[in-house]
Design a protein around this ligand. Sequence first.
Ligand code: FES
Length: 108
Amino acid sequence: MSEEFYKVAEMNDLNEGKLYPIEVDGEPICLVKLEDGVYAFTDNCTHISGPLNQGEFDGCAITCPWHLARFDVRTGKVLRGPARQDLYTYTVKIEGESIYVGLPPLEE
Ligand code: FES
């Protein structure tokens, strides 16, 4: 099964470099617009679920507000511990001015 896409915002709603916490079908997701596109990643730090949207964002890296783990928001990769697991990143589709986020299919 393929991902299910949900419309989450319009391009004009987002300021570049600002973090937007949203909820899609019960999933906490953080959206950010960068120069080269829009990225969506889980809003729960993979360490012990710190709220990443409250962290500091710099270029393309988010720093968790709780214990300062850092992740690349484009790939989800851990840049600095204590987190060890990469962030889940969601597929983003832009059609016209509308932004859609794809949720993975539910496991059977
Ligand atoms: S919860 Fe994010 S670094 Fe600990």
